[in-house]
Design a protein around this ligand. Structure first.
Ligand SMILES: C[S@@+](CC[C@H](N)C(=O)[O-])C[C@H]1O[C@@H](n2cnc3c(N)ncnc32)[C@H](O)[C@@H]1O
Ligand SMILES: Nc1nc2[nH]cc(C(=O)O)c2c(=O)[nH]1
Ligand code: SF4
Ligand SMILES: [Mg+2]
Length: 214
């Protein structure tokens, strides 16, 4: 398995924001979102065995007591043995998976392990619109959510249409592309967003700035 970085931080995105987590970021992604803040993960990484990854996470977390792992990337589901890693990590941690929504999650995850899922739905400004694999809606469970990263009001209006189609029983996170005008988005959100959606920022960037490993 090709790993870009492993680090301890505060979850900065989505419904588990504020949780102390060990982040395991895998190398490579099948998409190329225009506003991706992790392009360095596309081709940087080193091969690590499952044992080495588990050991590294344990060492980084030693004395810190994080009870969560955030599996992210790049696109973590592209890594061979990802389900073996999930199996192993689930013995010690809660797991949050950050995935782009373009891959059928059911084909990659062991269904006997409870993984919380943050599934992206890419909007037009990303250049990756219509890459969402609709099968992923059927895998949504308690504690999972779909994240819409919004760059402009066209993205927002498309997100509102897609959220309507997905339905009210799925939790939604609307997240601004970092650096865009949050007030414009907040006004539109107040005006039109449904009750199953919430507007959330990338907290870690306000704490540490836009650097890797945090
Ligand atoms: C770097 S991606 C890695 C996981 C997976 N490839 C995905 O896109 O969900 C993790 C999260 O960061 C979000 N993200 C990436 N660049 C961003 C940016 N510039 N502003 C806000 N969110 C961003 C993505 O949309 C995704 O929700
Ligand atoms: N603190 C922190 N929280 C995050 N949540 C999702 C992240 C990601 O890059 O997948 C991320 C990240 O890079 N850092
Ligand atoms: S899917 Fe995720 S890692 Fe891949 S380009 Fe988009 S935001 Fe970046
Ligand atoms: Mg990040």
């Amino acid at each position: 398995m090709y790993i870009n970085e492993i680090f301890l931080s505060i979850q900065g995105e989505g419904l588990y924001s504020g949780e102390k987590m060990v982040f395991i970021r895998t190398e490579y992604c099948n998409l190329r979102c225009s506003w991706c803040d992790t392009k360095y993960s596309f081709y940087e990484g080193k091969e690590m065995s499952i044992d080495e990854i588990v050991e590294s996470a344990r060492n980084i977390n030693s004395g810190h007591g994080a009870s969560w792992i955030c599996l992210t990337g790049g696109e973590p589901l592209l890594q061979k043995d990802i389900s073996v890693l999930v199996d192993r990590l689930s013995e010690e941690y809660n797991i949050l998976l950050e995935t782009s929504g373009s891959l059928n999650i059911g084909r990659f995850l062991p269904n006997h392990v409870k993984v919380k899922k943050d599934i992206d739905f890419k909007l037009p400004s990303s250049g990756m619109y219509r890459k969402f694999n609709d099968k992923n809606i059927s895998y949504m469970e308690e504690g999972d959510y779909i994240k819409f990263v919004v760059n402009d009001l066209n993205d927002f209006n498309v997100a509102m249409e897609e959220i309507e189609k997905i339905g009210k029983n799925v939790k939604i996170v609307v997240q601004p592309v970092y650096g865009t005008d949050i007030k414009v988005l907040a006004d539109a959100f107040i005006d039109k967003a449904p009750s199953n959606a919430r507007l959330m920022l990338q907290e870690h960037k306000y704490i540490y700035g836009e650097i890797r490993g945090v």
